[in-house]
Ligand binder design. Structure first.
Ligand code: PLP
Length: 886
């Protein structure tokens, strides 16, 4: 075992004093109460076990180049388990890392592998999205082969971790941080993240890769981390002449697990490499002081030339304040962008003194392109998603003379054409950065599109869950269909640098100065064409705290979702627009009004901001069906899902999928050990339903939680019910897609399933007297119809199937009877189109009709859209020509 744990278990390596190998105590001999400073501690190696003195008084730790040790019961028996040279090294590393335990292994990746073996299948790990390529590769291996879920999140924003940390389905047991990250030099707040993780998941461990800093500049255990590792190949050894990794921790249980793994797999550092590493560490502070001082000069030099430089030592670095709190220096790695991959390759190729090499931490200066070298193992698509520029150049500064290093870099920049001389006078010629052709082009585009975007009307349907609500949370299939009650959005262009959201049904209108919006919060990962799967919580928080205007919580959530999407999809264009959104769907009745709203804003933004091309228009209302491709609908759906997450937290994805794609779907959520899925149900003729809003409001989250609790407390009651609901969904799915089944058999089968599913929902405790009243009324003679609750239950809506031969007069009577009982009814059919688009401007997308030989452009009646009562919106939309649908 290779732990430096002192025998008593109470004192730390920092407590041990005299050394027989030339080491000293930790306090100065002159001022005994004053601890030695770091450089002194680095240079002085203490004996881990003062009772064992070196027989010859050796000044440096000898290399015990032996596999075995003679005798029984001694401190060492076999070098895989422990070796005196390694023990000295480990003791020394623990001392300079503020650690109780340290371990030395054969590489940095070996260290991470040992740490990962603390995980079990089914565990979740949160890791940053700008990680060292090798760490990323090992995480992917764990995901594929060891059943470990990996969440790559933006660790520069601690709040982005919360949704995963607090998700009961994610068993987060480890958080892996790198700070500053390699190669983008982004900063994660170890202290804030450790406190947050320990609060929400006390059993999870925080692991920090400290390679970029070394213990000289940053000691993460002092900030709340549980385990820290370094690639000893880098600064600790300093000369690129050995491979090593070190692991430090304070917790006894973790130390035991780590020691067990190292002994079991046999990757403890060899005696010779332990000797070399120990020697390297003695000069750590000396080397890094010089390397860091030169790094500041190089970073400033590049920054002044006009390059985008990533270095936490520069004043404008976004994480500087946090980094300065965590670390005592900015380190000696920096990166910069040229905006042109080929140009970067030329610069790297033209450097002479800067050696082209992977790795860093060496006394020689190195230059590399991470995307071609250290991070080449990350899929280019993933690199793009994580915003790792292909043109990025990384510089790892050594101990050479700073003037020589800057001269060499300057010569390479000039030779590659990245800079040009603007003034030759003076000791150093004045240079400026040459803008790339792409940058100039981008600027032109920016000017052209400003203020000029398409005006458009979009619409999206609500949904009704026909079968499987509540059970869907527990992995049972739900059947949901679109209803022909819709939400509509009008996006109009304006020219005054403002953006407005108008919600007439809520009597709400807000206008923002576009320039005053918090654009610095828009992370590139949130940009089109597809959003990150989890919304950026800190961006959401800023919008909630500083930007929204509404007071009604429903309006506030809608505003945040709107602004989040508007800003994420605007990129550099930031057009002035007004969005007016109306709903013919009852709001808050479980019919998917928020999903229809989300699809409306996402489609309106994606099309008006030119992320998706407008489909050709058609000349009559329903000919446009399928004019929008499923690929485009999926992009709209992905953004709508982001909006839904902002509005609801953890939606299932059913509502926005139906509102985007239309028709009906069978949705099965992925649960532990079982894959989920979402299938479109094709080929059924739409079915008429009467929706009855009981107007009894309810709390969906409490109802869902109630079923989950009953499942835990009464599994013998709940599990068979869930099984029966699965059988109902399966039969409904067969019945809806069986083209050989007669219409009357189809409807009578659905009626039977409606009754069965309703009684199961009542047994699950989500019924309500108002829903029973609707069921009883619709079931009375002469109507004799079949009704079930839909959605969360506990009030909300009931759905009644209307047979094809049901007379209009009976329906009118039934609606009157329900209205008398205080309910509101909506006639609808299930299974219609997904979202639709209607151009409002005179361009190729608007409708041109021949009339008596003359051509006429028909434009939508926008005034009627604004003024119509909600119940008249469907008739208005039906009257407009030129809709294109999914
Ligand atoms: N962590 C970081 C930040 C690294 O840069 C590296 C290697 O480049 C490692 C870990 C892995 O270390 P090793 O190469 O010693 O296995």
């Amino acid at each position: 075992m290779a732990s430096t744990d002192p025998p008593s278990g109470t004192s730390t390596p920092l407590d041990s004093a005299a050394s027989s190998l030339g080491g000293n105590s930790l306090t100065s001999s002159l001022l005994r109460a004053k601890p030695y400073r770091f450089a002194t501690q680095c240079a002085t190696v203490d004996n881990p076990d003062p009772s064992h003195k070196d027989q010859h008084g050796s000044s440096s730790v000898p290399i015990y180049q032996t596999a075995t040790f003679k005798g029984m019961g001694g401190q060492y028996d076999y070098t895989r388990s422990g070796n005196p040279t390694r023990s000295h090294l480990e003791h020394h590393i623990a001392k300079i890392s503020s650690a109780r335990h340290a371990f030395a292994v054969t590489s940095g990746m070996g260290a991470l592998d040992v740490i990962f073996r603390l995980l079990k299948p089914g565990d979740s790990i949160i890791a940053g999205n700008d990680l060292y390529g090798g760490s990323n590769r090992l995480l992917t291996y764990l995901k594929v082969h060891n059943g470990i879920k990996v969440h790559h999140l933006d660790t520069t924003k601690p709040s982005t971790l919360l949704p995963v940390l607090t998700n009961p389905e994610q068993n987060v047991t480890m958080v892996l941080l790198e700070t500053p990250t390699n190669p983008l030099l982004q900063i994660a707040d170890i202290a804030a993240i450790s406190a947050m993780v320990h609060q929400h998941k006390p059993e999870a461990i925080i692991v920090v890769d400290n390679t970029m800093m070394s213990p000289y500049l940053q000691r993460p255990l002092e900030h709340g981390a549980d385990v820290v590792y370094d690639s000893g190949t880098k600064y600790l050894s300093g000369h690129h002449d050995l491979m090593a990794g070190v692991i430090c921790c304070n917790r006894e249980d973790l130390a035991k697990g780590i020691a067990f793994t190292i002994n079991s797999i046999g990757n403890g550092l060899s005696p010779f490499d332990s000797f070399l590493l120990l020697r390297g560490v003695k000069t750590l502070a000396l080397r890094l002081d010089k390397q860091q001082a030169t790094s500041h000069l190089v970073a400033k030099y590049l920054h002044d030339l006009g390059f985008k430089v990533n270095y936490p030592g520069l004043p404008g670095h976004p994480g500087k304040e946090i980094h300065d709190r965590l670390a005592s220096g900015a380190g000696a790695v920096l990166s910069f962008e040229t905006k042109d991959k080929a140009l970067s390759e030329r610069i790297v190729g033209a450097a002479r003194l800067w050696g082209i090499s992977v790795s860093f931490g060496c006394i020689n200066s190195l230059i590399s392109m991470p995307c071609l070298m250290s991070h080449a193992s990350i899929d280019p698509k993933v690199r793009k998603e994580r915003n790792l520029p292909e043109d990025l150049i990384r510089l790892c500064v050594g101990i050479e003379d700073p003037e020589d290093l800057i001269d060499d870099l300057e010569a390479a920049l000039l030779e590659a054409g990245a800079v040009r001389v603007v003034d030759e006078a003076g000791s150093r010629a004045k240079l400026e950065r040459v803008r790339t052709a792409e940058e100039t082009e981008e600027e032109d585009v920016e000017v052209k599109v400003e203020g000029e975007v398409e005006s458009l009307i979009v619409s999206a349907p609500g949904k009704v869950i026909l079968f499987g609500e509540h059970a869907v949370v527990h992995g049972i299939t739900a059947i949901a269909g679109s209803v022909d009650l819709r939400c509509y959005a009008l996006a109009e262009s304006r020219q005054d640098g403002k953006v407005s959201l108008v919600l007439p049904d809520f009597d709400f209108e807000a206008t923002w100065d576009i320039a005053s919006l918090p654009w610095d919060q828009v992370t590139s990962s949130a940009k089109a064409p597809r959003p990150e799967s989890t919304p950026d919580q800190s961006f959401v928080d800023v919008l909630a705290q500083k930007v929204v205007r509404g007071v009604d919580p429903k309006v506030v959530q809608s505003e945040i979702a709107f602004l989040y999407l508007y800003m994420s999809l605007s990129e550099h264009k930031r057009p002035s627009q007004t969005f007016t959104i109306r709903s013919a769907l009852p709001i808050g009745a479980g019919l998917g009004s928020s999903a229809a709203y989300s699809v409306c804003i996402s489609s309106a933004l994606l099309y008006t901001h030119s992320h998706l091309p407008l489909p050709p228009s058609t000349s009559s209302a329903h000919e446009g069906r399928r004019a929008i491709t499923p690929e485009q609908a999926n992009v709209v759906n992905a953004w709508a899902f982001t909006a839904e997450k902002i509005i609801h937290g953890t939606p299932s994805g059913v509502d926005n999928t139906v509102a985007s794609l239309g028709g009906a779907i069978a949705f099965t959520k992925a649960v532990k050990g079982r894959e989920g899925g979402l299938d479109g149900l094709h080929g059924f003729k739409s079915i008429r339903f009467l929706l009855t809003d009981t107007k009894v409001s309810r709390d969906t989250k409490t109802l869902v939680a109630g079923v989950a609790r009953r499942k835990l407390e009464e599994p013998d009651l709940v599990n068979p019910i869930l099984k029966s609901i699965q059988a109902i969904s399966d039969e409904a799915r067969r019945c809806l897609t069986d083209s050989d089944m007669s219409r009357s058999t189809q409807l009578s089968t659905l009626e039977k399933l409606i009754d069965e599913n309703h009684s199961h929902l009542v047994s699950l405790g989500v019924g309500h007297a108002s829903l029973e009243a609707v069921k009883a009324k619709t079931g009375e003679q002469p109507w004799g119809l079949h009704t079930k609750l839909t959605g969360a239950g506990g009030g909300g809506c009931a759905v009644t199937i209307i047979p094809d031969d049901f007379s209009e007069s009976s329906l009118t009577d039934l609606k009157a009877a329900l209205a008398d009982a205080g309910f509101e009814t909506y006639e609808t059919s299930v299974g219609g189109s997904g979202f639709g688009l209607l151009s409002t401007s005179r361009n190729a997308s608007s409708v041109v009709e021949g009339e008596g030989g003359a051509e006429k452009t028909v434009l939508p009646d926008v005034a009627r859209f604004r003024g119509a009562a909600a119940a008249e919106l469907a008739a208005w939309a039906e009257g407009e020509k030129g809709w294109a649908f999914v």
